[in-house]
Design a protein around this ligand. Structure first.
Ligand SMILES: Cc1cc2nc3c(=O)[nH]c(=O)nc-3n(C[C@H](O)[C@H](O)[C@H](O)COP(=O)(O)OP(=O)(O)OC[C@H]3O[C@@H](n4cnc5c(N)ncnc54)[C@H](O)[C@@H]3O)c2cc1C
Length: 424
């Protein structure tokens, strides 16, 4: 693959938006470098249990794109890397990437011998730290690239040496160091996505303090067959079945003290979570506390399905506090906005529907980019700086994919514009 900046697009972030933008641009003949800071692609979508509106497995959307990546020699995928510096102008950017060691080379066949040789465990980031994995691990079962990682914590120990010895393919390189890669590109698509708002900042809701208060992203992993509980929705405190569940909307969202905007997807995500609980336990009940329900046009039917279920109750109220009783049941307290009655309802599990905060709001991009008040990136076509997916605004998966296709087209237009200017 050439590295001619006039025909190369850099895509930063390998979630559904970045992967989609990369394959779209490559399939019309442009060279693409796709940079992902984690050990595998897929971003947050890979960590969903199922996704609305059809409740299909995330592999439905990701696998087809991985196939397109595999078949396209024009895309170079670089994982465990971030953009450290970027200089230049549209049509001619010089980029410096910093890379972290994986300690496992492309010779890895994903046989798993290294993992079996590991003695210690580390927190499983894929499961948001709700479980542990051996110190030599596959980032997730569908990982792209399908290659193990060795936890940096054990480098230099006898355990690391034993893991190296266990690899029949000589694919463990314990001497790998942090490095850098220099490259050139004419336009950049920022698809750096989001992270869940830090729920511990909403002090009255007790996240991090009350064992049975979790977030919506954690609920996705609890319900996932490959998650920390093998898909069983259980209380973290004692492993009991969670059959009385409260879902609290706008936890930190539409709130000037936290995220002032609406993330657009949380209402739908919570209806999905209610469906997870109801499918699992026929006698379960779910209360959804909401300010108002925001089900985007095409998703109205999905909302109705939940609203018509007698065992799902919609309570119009923004709870004031969550406390804990002697049995570690979280007790949600507040006032019902419609009846004006005060309530104090005990549950097995409370799920906080936290919003999506753009990564670019918290990790300063290595180049001055135009960003709105919340940190979402505003595209600058004349500079060839474009945003896709949730980096550009709170979007669901289908809207992220649409925005990625548009971003690929804009990047191509920026390259063509720069070529025209250079030719004049
Ligand atoms: C609880 C919850 C449930 C949801 N369920 C659904 C659903 O059912 N259906 C639906 O349509 N949508 C759902 N969504 C929304 C969906 O998750 C987003 O639309 C989707 O994640 C957007 O993808 P993205 O690629 O823009 O961002 P991300 O998924 O965040 O991917 C961004 C990628 O960029 C990488 N990255 C970040 N910074 C850098 C950097 N500096 N350098 C290199 N790489 C970087 C990240 O590691 C990540 O891999 C849900 C959201 C939440 C909160």
């Amino acid at each position: 693959m050439s590295n001619d900046p006039s025909t190369t697009i850099l895509v930063v972030g390998g979630g559904i938006a970045g992967v989609s933008a990369a394959v779209e641009a490559a399939e019309v003949g442009f060279d693409v470098v796709l940079v992902e800071r984690e050990a595998s692609l897929g971003g947050r979508v890979a960590r969903l249990n199922r996704y609305f509106p059809k409740l299909c497995h995330p592999a439905c959307g990701l696998e087809i794109n991985y196939q397109r990546l595999r078949n396209n020699p024009r895309v170079r995928v670089i994982t465990m890397a971030e953009v450290a510096a970027i200089e230049g102008q549209v049509g001619d950017y010089r980029i410096s990437l910093s890379t972290r060691p994986r300690y496992v080379t492309p010779a890895c066949t994903a046989c798993g011998d290294c993992s079996r040789a590991a003695e210690s465990e580390v927190a499983d980031a894929f499961n948001y730290g709700l479980s542990k994995v051996p110190a030599a691990y596959l980032p997730e079962s569908q990982a792209y690239p399908l290659r193990y990682v060795i936890a940096p914590e054990i480098i230099g120990t006898p355990e690391a040496a034993a893991i190296k010895d266990a690899c029949r393919y000589g694919a463990v390189d314990l001497d790998e160091q942090p490095g850098s890669i220099e490259l050139a590109a004419g336009a950049v698509i920022w698809a750096t996505g989001w992270r869940p708002y830090d729920a511990s900042r909403i002090e009255a809701y007790g996240y991090g303090r009350l064992a049975n208060v979790i977030t919506n992203v954690e609920m996705e992993r609890l319900a996932a067959p490959e998650g920390p509980t093998q898909g069983r929705i259980l209380r973290p405190s004692d492993g009991a079945e969670a059959k009385r569940v409260a879902l609290i909307q706008c936890a930190g969202s539409r709130d000037v003290n936290h995220l002032p905007y609406c993330s657009r997807i949380c209402c739908m995500a919570s209806f999905k979570h209610a469906a997870y609980v109801r499918e699992q336990y026929a006698d379960a009940s779910v209360d959804i506390y909401y300010i108002d329900i925001r089900a985007d046009n095409k998703l109205e039917a999905f909302y109705r399905r939940a609203a018509d279920d007698d065992q799902i109750r919609l309570i119009k109220s923004k709870p004031g506090a969550i406390e804990e009783d002697a049995d570690k049941n979280p007790v949600v307290k507040g006032e019902d906005t419609l009846s004006r009655e005060l309530y104090g309802n005990a549950y097995d599990l409370v799920v906080l529907a936290v919003g999506m905060q753009p990564n670019a709001a918290l990790d300063a991009p290595p180049l001055a980019l135009s960003q709105d008040d919340y940190g979402f990136i505003v595209p600058e076509l004349d500079r060839g700086q474009i945003a896709a997916g949730v980096a550009a605004g709170p979007l669901d998966v289908s809207m992220s994919v649409q925005s990625a296709t548009a971003a690929a087209l804009r990047a191509i237009q920026a390259l063509q514009g720069a070529r025209q200017v250079a030719a004049e």
